[in-house]
Structures are given as C-alpha cells and as structure tokens.
Design a protein around this ligand. Structure first.
Ligand code: SF4
Length: 367
C-alpha cells in the first residue's frame, strides 16, 4: 500500500511534578538531570527532519508544562522550525504550571493551542485523583494564555468517579463551559487492575450511571454550540484538533519520545516506555500494517469520528466497496441505529459513538 509522507509529529515529554493515582501513561517524576538527558536525546532525534516538514505538532506527556522555562525554550525552538507556516502547534499543560511568563514563552515559541487537564472543578475530587491543582487554577491559566495571545484552549473533563452524582457532573461541566474553551474532551475514570485506586478497593462506575453522566455532558456542550466530532471530543466550529484527526483518519505520523507511538511507511511502532532503554534507542516495538489488520485499523480510527469516512476512500484504499465487504453486518448495525451508510459515507450515529466497541466487534467478526 502506498503511503504519504507524515505531516504530523508527536513529541512525548514524560515528566510530571507528581504522579496521579489513576494514570497509566509513560511518565516520570521531574528531576533536572533526567530531563536534561532526555531533552538531549529528543533534540538529536528531531535533527532527522527538514525545516517546514509538518502541518501539525503535538507536545504531550507526562506534563510538558512541568519543565522549567529554561529547558522548554531551547526544545521548543528546535521543534518550531520543523513546522510549516500556519501549522497547528499543540502543547499539553497542567493548569497550575501556567503563569504569565510560561504563557508568554509558549506563545513566543509558536504554540497555537494548549490542552489542559482541568478534570473536575471540585477540590475533594481533585484530591481523590491525586492532583495538586486548585479548582480555580484552570480559569487563571486560561486568562494567562489569552493575554499572551493563545486563544485556542482545550480542557479535559473526567466523569464516573466513585459515588459521583449527576449534580456533581453538572457542576463540573458548567464550570468548564464558563471558562469558554474552544474545545473539550471528556473521559470516564478507568480503574485498571494493579493501579493504586484498584488496590484501594475502588471500582469503575456502572454503565448506566456513566451513560447518564455522558448524556448530560453532551447536552450541556450542545447547548453552548459544541459539536461532538469524535467519541470523546467536542469543538466549537473551526476548532477541531487537526493533529488528533491525523490519528483518527488513519494517516501516518511521527512519534518521538519515551513510549511515543508513531506510524510511518506502513509500520506502526511504539518506543520503549522505559527511560534507560529509550535513551539507548532500544525496546521499540513494531507492527507492519497489512491485510485485514490494515482494515481493522482503518475502522478503529475512522469510526471514532462522527463524520466517519467516505465509502469511495475505503474502496480506493482496499480495492473493494465497503458495503460489498461488510454489507450484512453494516445492515444489522444500521437497523440497530448505530451506523449510517447513506450518501456515500459510512458514519456512526451519536449512539453508535457511545457503543463503538459493539460496531467494531460486528465488523471485525465479518472480516
Ligand atoms: S499529570 Fe498527567 S501524565 Fe502526569 S501522572 Fe498525572 S495524569 Fe499522568
């Protein structure tokens, strides 16, 4: 299969000021000597790329904003020239790290979009999650970013905390919308076996509770003009995340950093999630995407989008019409109100986005 050169780059900065109880990302507590070693490796990896190579960049973590300005500035100055004029340049931050000085630094280094983990507006819920933010920190951080000229702000909201009521979720989404972000993402709390929360006896909320909470978040978002364009992502018109849509359109992208995933020349890879092997360039896992696994990835990614994909794109990529390959399963999913296949497009309904696992299972079973 012929693939285009990646136009998106993800860079992982794994350092956090403290580690949250529920987190399973590759991350490390910040220590200056580790951060210096790490950035040296990242900056040398970035040297492989020509100036003006990318249309989007996303610096994620970890907590990229946990790095002091003296380390961030040289790193961002290495990354920025690799972007084309007008590229979307996203940076993940924890609200309490953003002050006027950091906001000015990000803006002067070309960052155009900041994504922050607000998570909840309630102090006791933040403490439960092991986060050190004060509930007002997000609003203050957004103010600093706006004053520095960064208007495009996305906030993350978590729901499904043990024992959380609908009124508490309502107060969280109202507090988030009052800050007027251009985009927000929402996730239910996952409690993985072996995590600190699971060891303390906590379990995930039941499905009916989660679904009621998500309905409320969707409804409040809709009332304020947000469109749910992806399973967990809501945007005002013109503010969908271009970088993340690279993933969801099954397009290739470069992944730099510890535990970072990438997709280049038909190969999906993940760098080692461990510090020393990553620094030594060891432990990268690779998977060649071909045959049915290429179709599975295509469906797994594109069906996260409310716009789904064009039937003609599927046929051009895989040499067979979607409905010829999946007619029976697609029919059953359409009858169940989960998938639409009219007007040359294959797209999940809003309920289908909630039940994406079921759509994928049905389609995969008929591969
Ligand atoms: S700040 Fe983010 S990346 Fe770091 S431990 Fe907490 S959730 Fe994980």
């Amino acid at each position: 299969m012929k693939t285009a050169k990646p136009l998106s780059i993800y860079v992982h900065l794994p350092f956090c000021a403290s580690l949250c109880a529920y987190c399973s990302f590759p991350r490390l507590v910040y220590r200056e000597e580790w951060a210096e070693l790490y950035l040296r490796k990242i900056e040398s990896d970035l040297e492989a790329f020509e100036p003006g190579s990318f249309l989007t960049a996303y610096v994620g973590g970890g907590t990229p904003s946990a790095l002091p300005n003296g380390l961030l500035a040289p790193f961002l100055s290495k990354l920025r020239p690799l972007l084309k004029e007008g590229a979307e340049f996203s940076f993940e931050a924890n609200p309490e790290d953003i002050d006027g000085e950091k906001a000015a630094l990000l803006s002067s280094c070309g960052v155009s979009r900041v994504s922050m983990g607000m998570e909840t507006s309630r102090e006791e819920a933040l403490a439960f999650l092991g986060r050190r933010a004060d509930p007002k920190a997000t609003a203050k951080a957004v103010e600093c970013l706006r004053s520095a000229g960064i208007e495009n702000v996305s906030l993350d909201l978590i729901y499904g905390l043990p024992g959380e009521t609908l009124d508490e979720v309502r107060s969280d989404i109202e507090a988030l919308l009052a800050i007027r972000p251009s985009h927000f993402s929402t996730y239910s709390l996952e409690i993985n076996p072996g995590s600190r929360l699971s060891a303390r006896g906590y379990e995930e909320a039941p499905d009916d509770v989660l679904s009621e909470q998500l309905e409320l978040i969707k409804e409040e978002g809709r009332k304020r003009g947000f469109r749910r364009y992806e399973v967990s992502s809501f945007a005002l018109p013109g503010f969908e995340c271009v970088h993340n849509k690279t993933y969801w359109k099954d397009e290739e992208y470069v992944g730099i950093g510890m535990g970072a995933a990438g997709y280049e020349n038909g190969i999906r890879y993940r760098n080692s999630p461990f510090f020393v092997p990553f620094l030594e360039g060891k432990g990268r896992e690779e998977e060649k995407v071909e045959g049915n696994s290429a179709i599975e990835y295509y469906l797994l990614t594109n069906l996260r989008l409310s716009d789904g994909f064009l039937a003609s794109d599927f046929e051009a990529k895989f040499g067979v019409p979607f409905l010829e390959r999946f007619g029976k399963a697609a029919d059953a999913l359409a009858k169940a109100g989960l998938l639409e296949t009219g007007k040359g497009r294959v797209a999940p309904t809003d309920r289908g986005l909630d039940l994406l696992d079921r759509i994928l299972l049905e389609l995969y079973n008929s591969l």
